[in-house]
Write a protein that binds this ligand. Structure first.
Ligand SMILES: *Cc1c(COP(=O)(O)O)cnc(C)c1O
Length: 709
């Protein structure tokens, strides 16, 4: 009896795989990832987990032949069934709780999105949050459309040179090898729209990225018809100076609304993720003026459609443009708005009468939104103080800026072994319940998952991270061709308490803080019975030399001090490195200057992997920490003097590390198990994971803000 598949079925499976590769749903589905990895194991690694590129690598003939393997064919069939079931699910959260948001889309504008390491168009946490928001909106069944730019060189790649200095370089992204497709017009040609920037009509096209049920459109000005200046608006994430910046923001905001209209979409709400997108309000106002509304009425009506999320507790972090630049860049738009310059500029000014005041994107967003929110409780307080000036006479606690604490998309932040571990414990449908408290209460029950199992799982994740770090460091060492560097197989020790730190190297995050007590740290790492070690990663903004000096300092210590072998810096931090580190480290360190970490999200990624947080009580951790589920540096306060704060935090960090973290980790019973440590892991799972995820967060956005009251 022949078991070979009919040609039609092979065709169908091959087509299905191509469809699957072009929907980022696979990035949080284990079965699909394993299929792509198995089709070309080396390709999967070398192409950096790029499913589309793997399918280009594998020829038609090979794919057909491989699909004759009944076991593989069966797995592909199953993955496709789950994919289609996901796309077609009707009884979603939104269908039950927010049916109007199934009918009309939420349009979410963000200058950056982080979905996966193969599409590097995020600079940091803001973009990752936007990506996780999009994934959960899809899981919840919201009708959700994202808008951003297709930066053809993405965010920069980081290399460290002989002087331990960060070198930024860019690689060209190839849309053909990415999970995106061109948006076409009625004739099947790429849709081309235009937007007025400065004196020019700039043309742009768009790419569609499928993220489960959500669609994200990336605008692209790289068209031959445009002058180079305008083609390069979509070259790099936050590239160029403030002139580039304002032009990018016009393309994003105004161009984004144009695209949505051309696609026939009438969103229920326009959600601005940070002020970068706030020019969308001007296009919405223009539409209403064209319908014959008066300016004030057009502004009032637009306000009803918009929502704004602020992320920046630092004054300098808010985009501000000089009046001359705004005049120049908005020349065409102003023409079509038919209002005076003063009326237009007033929308972006705290004091409309002050003609020298720059135009602030946050002010525009706040003035033309029906609601605004910060991203943690403390950040809410800070934001209300910061923007009270816009609401004269309103007491600070009444300033209309609320808060929704950030989250993460849980399934996307679990590596294979983590997914397999939880699946083994909870059966095939485990993913549908991972956002619930019941799930984490059940698995935190020692009767369900023993200490021994958790400890074995922890060791497995740490071993993988250590080997990942060694591989990366080996490549780094080869490139620099350094004889003085150490043997890589003795680098890092899986038995040591491993402390991880990775995020943007913005100076307020104080990456080198822990090394202020250098001699004490040396003692800790050299302790034979209770060794401690450190893994660092992160990029400094290309124009941030202070941040680059922090990187230099840490790498210097890792190579030329007593910390050698116990401290490593992994180059080119991205989502893949993040996934390795938050799962493999024992402790996730965060020591920002309070209250500057609006929320922070990397610490949330630790929980489902059994990694514990050690953090300043800022942003989300101030809300999540309860004394049993991780470690706090200092208390719920901070001195205003920065020098004093740094000294105090450094002392507190060292104290909690030596008095609480290290003793608890190395307190072992006769079987070598750290029972108290594992109890903390259980507490972190129950108290943090069901709360600090985007499943909860997007529901809050829907109920508090997206649904019209
Ligand atoms: C989660 C994440 C961040 C955000 O980290 P914070 O500690 O919240 O600043 C930044 N970059 C990447 C690649 C991430 O995965």
């Amino acid at each position: 009896m022949s078991t070979s598949l009919a040609t039609s079925e092979v065709n169908e499976l091959a087509r299905g795989l191509n469809r699957l590769a072009r929907n980022l749903w696979w990035t949080w589905d284990q079965g699909s990832q394993e299929i792509f990895a198995e089709l070309s194991p080396r390709g999967w690694q070398n192409l950096y987990h790029n499913a589309v590129a793997v399918l280009h690598e594998v020829s038609e003939a090979e794919l057909r032949a491989r699909l004759q393997d009944p076991a593989l064919a069966e797995r592909v069939r199953k993955a496709l069934q789950e994919f289609d079931a996901y796309l077609n699910q009707k009884d979603t959260w939104a269908a039950q709780h927010a049916p109007s948001l199934v009918e009309h889309p939420v349009a979410y504008f963000s200058a950056e999105f982080g979905f996966h390491e193969t599409l590097p168009i995020a600079a940091g946490g803001l973009g990752i949050l936007a990506g996780d928001h999009t994934k959960s909106a899809s899981d919840l069944g919201l009708n959700f459309v994202g808008i951003s730019l297709f930066y053809r060189e993405g965010y920069f790649q980081q290399e460290i040179n002989q002087d331990n200095w960060q070198v930024d370089y860019y690689t060209q992204l190839n849309p053909k090898n990415l999970p995106m497709e061109p948006v076409l017009d009625a004739k099947g040609e790429p849709l081309v729209l235009e937007v007025g920037i400065n004196m020019a009509q700039v043309l742009f096209k768009a790419w569609r990225v499928n993220v489960g049920r959500s669609a994200v459109y990336l605008l692209d000005a790289n068209l031959r018809e445009n002058e180079q200046l305008y083609r390069d608006l979509t070259l790099r994430v936050y590239g160029g100076d403030s002139t580039t910046r304002i032009m990018q923001e016009i393309l994003l905001g105004v161009g984004g609304v144009r695209l949505l209209r051309t696609l026939g979409l009438r969103p229920a709400v326009f959600h601005m993720n940070e002020g970068h997108a706030a020019f969308l309000t001007l296009e919405l106002i223009r539409e209403k003026l064209a319908e014959g509304k008066k300016f004030e009425d057009a502004v009032a009506a637009t306000k009803q459609e918009c929502l704004f999320t602020t992320h920046t507790p630092v004054e300098a972090g808010h985009d501000r443009f000089k009046p001359d630049l705004v005049h120049y860049a908005l020349h065409r738009l102003h023409h079509r708005l038919k209002v005076s310059w003063n009326d237009l500029m007033a929308l972006g000014r705290i004091n409309p009468a002050n003609e020298s005041e720059p135009f602030c994107m946050t002010v525009l967003a706040l003035k033309v939104s029906r609601a605004a929110n910060a991203v943690s409780e403390l950040h809410g307080q800070v934001s209300r103080e910061m923007w009270q000036c816009l609401f004269p006479g309103t007491p600070v606690e009444k300033v209309p800026i609320g808060h929704i604490t950030n989250g993460i998309h849980l399934a996307g932040w679990m590596k294979g072994p983590t997914r397999r571990f939880w699946k083994k414990k909870n059966g095939p449908h485990w993913e549908q319940s991972i956002n619930t408290r019941e799930f984490w209460e059940a698995v935190a029950d020692p009767a369900r998952v023993s200490d021994e199992e958790i400890w074995a799982f922890r060791y497995q994740l740490k071993r993988e991270m250590v080997e990942f770090a060694r591989r990366r460091l080996l490549l780094q060492g080869h490139r620099l061709n350094r004889g003085d560097y150490i043997a890589f197989d003795s680098l890092l020790n899986p038995d040591a308490l491993t402390i991880g730190f990775a995020r943007r190297f913005a100076t307020y995050k104080r990456a080198p803080l822990i090394f202020e007590r250098f001699d004490d740290i040396v003692q800790l790492v050299q302790d034979k019975t209770r060794p401690v070690q450190f893994v660092f990663a992160g990029k400094a903004h290309p124009r941030d030399d202070d941040g680059k000096r922090f990187i230099q300092k840490i790498i210097h210590l890792s190579k030329f001090s007593e910390l050698k072998g116990h401290l490593v810096f992994i180059e080119n931090y991205d989502m893949h490195v993040a996934r390795q580190m938050v799962s493999g480290c024992d402790v996730w360190l965060n020591n920002p200057r309070r209250p500057l970490e609006a929320s922070g999200t990397s610490g949330m990624k630790a929980g489902p992997n059994g990694c514990l947080n050690l953090s300043i009580l800022d942003g989300w951790w101030r809300e999540g920490y309860d004394g049993t589920n991780g470690f706090a540096i200092g208390d719920d306060s901070h001195p205003n003097n920065i020098g004093e704060q740094d000294r105090r935090d450094s002392a507190n960090l060292f104290r909690v590390l030596t008095e609480e973290v290290v003793p608890c980790y190395f307190e072992r019973d006769a079987d070598g198990i750290p029972r108290r440590w594992i109890q903390m892991i259980r507490r972190a799972m129950v108290t943090l994971v069901p709360q600090y995820n985007t499943w909860r967060m997007v529901q809050e956005y829907a109920q508090k803000y997206y649904l019209k009251k």
